[in-house]
Design a protein around this ligand. Structure first.
Ligand code: ATP
Ligand code: MG
Length: 215
């Protein structure tokens, strides 16, 4: 269980204004929760707080009962909009590197899962946009995090690629039971993937406007 407990945040220098106020929700194992809200409301900020990259002004991030607030760990893995792949590393190396201890069999299995078998020796620049996203996914799954956060990870893809990736993601879910927080502006992402939507408000500071069951 992943719990965001009363998370509040302000950035230094922003006149001390609170951006997020007491945001609380939890995500059950195997669940995909969509996080939506107007641009600038604080979704990415919440993602970085969840991953321990930013210390919130208040509140805790608790993973399976352990307080991981401000502690970057392998438990919560964040994939950005433009996947931060290493340009100098081949596909297979990127996945092996994420594992820490390389397990060649598992690297091959993960690459097969994201349909990149045969591309083991390619460099990121030789991959299409969709392939890069799938490589980023394989790398994230290699880490085997308790929570995978996808921050607008599909937004630059055309709709055909998107539908292809939905299929892949649903299949990957069935096979890995990953727990996902999906940040998106696209209602189709929610319809296709999310069990629940958490919508943040437009007013300042941001609070939760609505929680909606989708599946
Ligand atoms: N490093 C920073 N320093 C100061 N203010 C920041 C910083 N990062 C974000 N902000 C501010 O915090 C607020 C929330 O930003 P954030 O990027 O979390 O929004 P978002 O919901 O992800 O928006 P979008 O949908 O456009 O990606 C914005 O007002 C932004 O200007
Ligand atoms: Mg954002």
């Amino acid at each position: 269980m992943i719990e965001f407990r009363q998370i509040s945040h302000r950035y230094p220098g922003s006149a001390g204004d609170l951006i997020l106020r007491e945001i609380s929700f939890s995500i059950a194992p195997g669940e995909c929760v969509g996080l939506t809200g107007p641009s600038g409301c604080g979704k990415s900020t919440l993602a970085h707080i969840g991953a321990g990259h930013i210390t919130p002004a208040g509140g805790q991030v608790v993973v399976d009962g352990v307080d991981l607030t401000s502690r970057p760990s392998r438990q919560v893995f964040l994939i950005h909009q433009e996947p931060d792949l290493f340009p100098w590393q081949k596909v297979k190396k990127q996945v092996a590197f994420a594992m820490g201890q390389a397990e060649p069999g598992r690297v091959a299995a993960l690459l097969a899962l994201v349909k990149l078998s045969g591309f083991e020796d390619y460099y990121p620049r030789q991959l299409s946009g969709g392939m890069k996203k799938r490589l980023a996914l394989a790398r994230a799954l290699a880490v085997n995090p308790r929570l995978l956060v996808l921050d607008e990870s599909f937004s630059s893809l055309d709709s055909n690629l998107k539908y292809e990736l939905y299929e892949d993601l649903r299949r990957i879910w069935r096979e890995t039971a990953a727990t996902i927080l999906l940040i998106t502006h696209d209602s189709r992402d929610l319809e296709n993937l999310a069990h629940r939507e958490i919508r943040l408000s437009a007013d300042k500071p941001t609070t939760i406007k609505e929680i909606r069951q989708l599946k």
